[in-house]
Design a binder for this molecule. Sequence first.
Ligand SMILES: Nc1ncnc2c1ncn2[C@@H]1O[C@H](COP(=O)(O)OP(=O)(O)O)[C@@H](O)[C@H]1O
Ligand SMILES: N[C@@H](CCOP(=O)(O)O)C(=O)O
Length: 326
Amino acid sequence: MAVYTRLGAEEMAAIIGAFDVGTLVSAKGIAEGVSNSNWLIETQDSSGAARRFILTVYEARTDVQDLPFFLDLLDHLAARDCPVPRTMHDRDGASHRFHEGKALALIEFLPGVSVSDPAPAQARAVGAALAQVHLAAADFGCERVNSMGLAAWQQLLGDCGREGLEAIHPELARIVEHELALLSARWPANLPRGVIHADLFPDNVLMLGDTVTGLIDFYFACTDITAYDVAVTHAAWCFNADGTRFLPALSSALLEGYDSVRPLLDDERKALPLLARGAAMRFLATRAYDWLNTPDDALVTLKDPMAFARRLEFYANPANASIFAS
Ligand SMILES: Nc1ncnc2c1ncn2[C@@H]1O[C@H](COP(=O)(O)OP(=O)(O)O)[C@@H](O)[C@H]1O
Ligand SMILES: N[C@@H](CCOP(=O)(O)O)C(=O)O
């Protein structure tokens, strides 16, 4: 569930009144998502037409200083025909406002649903949409450091401690120690960089059939190795949920879709096995930390760190490196 902030009807009407989007008709809290509070907003404009938006109130995990990067990026990509929602600016032209000390933004509502059991044609479309974002972001003037890079994995997993990791699984501390050392020693320095989404899981993609109608949740977007985003998306889309089964048809389709819009360079493709190990480590790190540190009564469904430890072991097996060959 993700509605952490309570807003009364009058407060909601006042918030929506700051935008030139018509009169508030309804506001329904959205259960999906874990980080921020979201509502589906319906308004009626002066011609009587119904309009829909997403109202997001940013909670502790999103740094307000980063909002101009995230929200300007949406406008930049939308202006270049990427399937991302636009930010509705308020009557003063601002992309976000404050209410009771919390930042909020009103975002265009996009149709579509998140697929839970993707087909290869859908993975192909997602690969192509990701490449479209990478190309379209090339002239976005702002940068943001990846707050979930190698240093963050080391910090989060260090905070878990050997005992904590072993409590999750007896083998986990050994795997993490070995892989973190290897990733620190070999993480590539000279691959092309740009703006990346960094969290393109199926629940952050809206689809109608095989068409991508929305890429959402850009709140980990940052400047980093472009091919790392391909690796993140690969780890997110190309396995069954618990990571016990690799799905080769989805893998080929995702990479083909990406290549059809932005062909991967030889060096990028060669680096994918290592980048994918890093991608698996990134989600293993946050999931393990949350597994050990989330209070029992928190209104959130914890995600299994072992699902990404299994992906990590798959990517680390030299016999599987060929999945990334063209
Ligand atoms: N622009 C949008 N159009 C339609 N639905 C959206 C949009 N943005 C968010 N949603 C809905 O809200 C849910 C939570 O949004 P998300 O940004 O993923 O939250 P969180 O950052 O908390 O994970 C999504 O799963 C989706 O159902
Ligand atoms: N995709 C990550 C968790 C981040 O949550 P999101 O709802 O903001 O995408 C994972 O699966 O661990």
